[in-house]
Design a protein. Structure first.
Length: 159
């Protein structure tokens, strides 16, 4: 089977998987960055750890690559607009118009999210176009009884 066919079939298979939507946020030297992601998962409970996959061309990649802290904002089903803002081509402060953003030490997070998982980057695994960032969980805030924002088949699932 040729590689282009495998890639096409793989893309179709991945679109069929329902994923929770996250916004990954970090800051460096006062500059804030955020991006929408779905390739996020728990890694272990002891110690609590998560992993996030980020394209090497994303501006956030360079920030976390410097072994910075980051926050995984688990979006609620009322935060589709935030997801869209953080996935469009405009970067920088335009992604922080939502009034829910707060600073906490070296981290930035959105108080309106379902949960905020604060991580310290402990390892990086480079693979092709992406890096996998392993983060030890240093704090968690659970903020809402809402449902998670989900994405599948090229669109949001709003309950």
């Amino acid at each position: 089977m040729d590689n282009s066919k495998v890639q096409e079939d793989f893309l179709i298979a991945m679109r069929g998987i329902t994923s929770t939507v996250y916004v990954i946020s970090a800051k460096l030297d006062g500059e804030r960055h955020a991006m929408t992601a779905t390739s996020v998962a728990s890694l272990s409970l002891t110690p609590p750890a998560m992993f996030v996959c980020i394209n090497k061309e994303a501006s956030l990649h360079g920030i976390i690559k410097k072994k910075q802290d980051f926050c995984i904002n688990v979006l609620s089903n009322k935060q589709q607009e935030l997801s869209e803002v953080c996935s469009n081509s405009d970067e920088g402060e335009s992604r922080f118009r939502d009034d829910g953003w707060r600073d906490e030490g070296t981290l930035i997070y959105n108080i309106n999210s379902l949960s905020n998982i604060f991580c310290s980057c402990t390892a990086i695994i480079d693979y092709s176009t992406h890096s996998v960032f392993l983060g030890e969980v240093v704090n968690v805030k659970n903020n809402s009884q809402e449902k998670a924002l989900l994405y599948a088949s090229g669109g949001y699932i709003i309950d």
